[in-house]
Design a protein around this ligand. Structure first.
Ligand code: MN
Length: 738
């Protein structure tokens, strides 16, 4: 080679990336590919090639997580791997937490654009580490290891792996830090840093990394896990080239990505109807009382409106015009987070079952308006927990797509939304007694990956079994969580009644846990999820949203006495209006109507209750089959008062058979009564419009709502125009928080 360039035909990687962008810009096709020639010529060889690479990635993931991995990675598989083109476009992906596939793509492109080829150099055997949300990552907690793959001096691709860490050394222990308000609170930042050569992680890096986090053992295990998987992928790619030849590989990776792009267009045409789809979703940030930092003390509801346009050729565009501003909280999202969230959901609802790669990224147009929470344009903000906005925001996408799916007749594919993968009880402490005295434990219960899914248009939602960010969700075993968070053993895990959103088909239900502090003093404890407002876009076609979260903590309890005397203690909070905690404990009990809290200090025998999220419902609850309501009662999904009030079902409990029965005649009467009640209480559209409009014009909105609208109005002319037109407001209308 004449020069030191590592790209193809003596080109630099920057040239290759530039060419790739030009091709897609000019032709609309990936690398200008017009015809899938390899597939046409020999489809069997082409499909085998794809399957063999995919198989290699899946087995690399399975093997790596058993070679070395932290409990969170091993137990529920919080990792994934992907193979990238030289320009950083994913070709094939493993199973697992697919949210991260496009994120690593952005990191590779960052390294290319920054000229890493010259400095610090990209050589065979080099290892790069990234966890910077400004370079494609979701949050600092997700740590990516990326290695280049060379064939005879030429860079032919990249392998990348990502795991979610238990702790990254931020402002407090934990992995989604509610108290972070600026970049410097987010923990250790590795911005596409070279950390090794000749397939070995440098010692100085590992010494530094171990000292930067609170759980050094898990950090080191996960670094080894990601590197092991990447090396397996590299071996598989080199084997592939030995077998199929370099020319085939080079052509194949281009065509596989272009095919991925075309699959999206095909699916959109097949499953959706052209048009404009809109949905609204929200997330509450109740930090006026909670925050420590003066500038973070504010209450706000974040506006997350979405508009999706489907065109007749299968084009899909996603627009967040009207989104609220960013803020001194950890819920700000970079591009990587937005792409990741979108990507993992599209693979589940539209592009499942076939080639999944960055072709999907190229197929979808998007607008994340600058200066909003989804594109703040300020790297000094905190990006520690973008999930707070991402999770609700993308329920809007699910709902929009569900309207399309419904209209096309794919009623079983409808999903109006999903439970909030939150109330990850978080924090950590140090053992103050027992055999592990002096050791640090970290609270990272990842049972949050078992939430309720929304109902479809033909059946109830999945109970305790869904996470929007991981299609292979698994709530894990309590015993495993207790292994590394021994300072907060579980006292119970039980079905929590009335979490599921109501409907003809109800949303998925969920359970709640009760835990106590043991052998530990001065434990940091916090958590986050929806609370004061329904997260996401609610139910569909008359279905209700699921129950929101709340916070229940008991301090200075007499639990030790109860245990010593073998007396009963609370195992749940099935009916908050007649609380078990209040009845059975002597304690200082705190109940908060929201679930996102700053850290509090807990000590031995203090107790916490945490409920996981149900999913939204579909259709009018009065149309629900009575035998299903009966089953819900017998399964503890709903309580008697709720089925009476919402479903109009009159139920009787049979002490002998220990079963509920529905009284059909009384139920029919009660349902008629509910219909009359609806008729009497409901407003016409005009009345409702006027009622709501008065709140705007007469300044009757709360501070949190006023802040939300005022930001959206200022940040988007398009949204402002729409808002003023809809509410018939004067052109010079302004809204300010007093
Ligand atoms: Mn993560």
């Amino acid at each position: 080679m004449e020069n030191n360039n590592i790209g193809w035909q003596g080109k630099s990687l920057k040239q290759m990336l530039h060419e790739s962008d030009e091709y897609i810009g000019q032709t609309g096709n990936y690398y200008g590919i017009d015809r899938l020639s390899l597939k046409q010529k020999n489809p069997f060889r082409y499909e085998r090639a794809y399957a063999s690479l995919r198989g290699a990635l899946v087995s690399a993931r399975e093997t790596a997580l058993h070679v070395a991995a932290s409990p969170i990675v091993k137990e529920i598989g919080e990792l994934c791997f992907a193979l990238y083109s030289p320009e950083g476009d994913s070709i094939v992906v493993s199973t697992g937490i697919l949210v991260h596939v496009h994120t690593m793509s952005e990191a590779i492109k960052f390294m290319i654009q920054e000229g890493y080829e010259e400095d610090p150099g990209i050589n065979p055997g080099d290892i790069f580490l990234n966890n910077d949300p400004e370079c494609g990552n979701v949050h600092t907690t997700d740590v990516q290891t990326i290695i280049p793959i060379f064939w005879r001096g030429e860079l032919i691709g990249w392998a990348g792996g990502v795991t979610h860490q238990i702790d990254t050394g931020g402002i407090t222990p934990g992995h989604d830090l509610v108290a972070a308000v600026q970049r410097f609170d987010d923990g250790v930042y590795y911005t596409c840093r070279k950390i090794g050569s000749n397939d070995k992680i440098w010692k100085d890096h590992m010494i530094n990394a171990r000292r930067s986090v609170r759980t050094p053992l898990y950090w080191e295990l996960d670094e080894k896990c990601r590197l092991a998987g990447n090396l397996m992928i590299r071996d598989a790619v080199l084997d592939f080239i030995e077998k199929e030849g370099l020319d085939y590989y080079k052509q194949f990776i281009r065509e596989a990505i272009e095919e991925g792009r075309r699959i999206v267009l095909k699916r959109v045409k097949e499953r959706l109807i052209p048009g404009i789809y809109r949905a609204a979703s929200f997330f509450d940030v109740p930090f006026k009382e909670e925050a420590w930092q003066p500038r973070a003390k504010m209450n706000k509801i974040t506006n997350e409106p979405i508009e999706i346009i489907i065109d007749k050729d299968g084009g899909l565009s996603i627009d967040f015009e009207g989104a609220s501003g960013p803020g001194p909280n950890p819920m700000n999202c970079g591009k990587g987070a937005m792409e990741g969230g979108q990507w993992v959901l599209l693979t589940q609802i539209l592009i499942y079952g076939d080639k999944v790669n960055d072709g999907a990224y190229f197929a979808v147009k998007k607008n994340y308006p600058l200066g909003t929470w989804c594109n703040p344009g300020d790297p000094y903000l905190s990006y520690q927990s973008p999930w707070g906005n991402l999770i609700p925001a993308y329920t809007g996408m699910m709902k929009c797509l569900s309207f399309g799916l419904f209209s096309r007749g794919y009623r079983e594919e409808v999903v109006p939304g999903y439970g909030f993968t939150g109330d990850a009880i978080q924090g950590g402490g140090v053992y103050s007694s027992g055999p592990l005295k002096g050791d640090r434990w970290a609270l990272s219960t990842f049972e949050i990956s078992g939430q309720g899914l929304g109902a479809s248009a033909v059946r109830d939602g999945l109970d305790w079994g869904y996470a929007m960010w991981n299609p292979e969700s698994d709530l894990g075993d309590v015993e495993t969580w207790e292994l590394f968070q021994g300072g907060i053993p579980y006292l119970s895990r039980k079905i929590k009644p009335n979490t599921a959103g109501h409907g003809k088909f109800r949303g998925g239900a969920n359970y709640a846990g009760v835990a106590m502090i043991a052998n530990s003093e001065d434990v940091d404890f916090f958590g986050a999820r929806d609370g004061l407002s329904f997260h996401g876009s609610g139910g569909m076609h008359g279905g209700y949203p699921h129950a929101t979260g709340y916070r229940l903590i008991a301090k200075n309890t007499n639990l030790k006495e109860l245990i010593d005397n073998q007396e009963k203690y609370p195992l749940g909070d099935p009916d908050p209006s007649d609380g078990e905690f209040e009845r059975m404990l002597q304690a200082d009990i705190t109940r908060k109507p929201y679930a996102s809290i700053y850290p509090v200090t807990l000590n031995n025998y203090d107790m916490v209750h945490f409920a996981l999220s149900g999913g939204p419902g579909y259709g009018d609850p009065l149309e629900r089959q009575l035998d299903l309501i009966q089953k819900d009662l017998n399964d503890g999904i709903y309580t008697e008062d709720i089925v009476y009030n919402v479903y109009g079902a009159v139920a009787r409990y049979d002490e002998e058979t220990k079963n509920w029965a529905i009284e059909e005649v009384e139920t029919a009467e009660r349902q008629e009564e509910l219909k009359r009640e609806r008729e009497n209480k409901s407003m016409t559209y005009e009345e409702f419009w006027q009622y709501e409009r008065d709140k705007i014009t007469q300044n009757k909105l709360g501070e949190h709502i006023t802040r939300m609208y005022s930001e959206s109005i200022k940040l988007s002319d398009k949204w402002r125009k729409h808002f003023l037109e809809f509410w018939d407001l004067p052109k010079n209308f302004e809204m300010e928080v007093n």
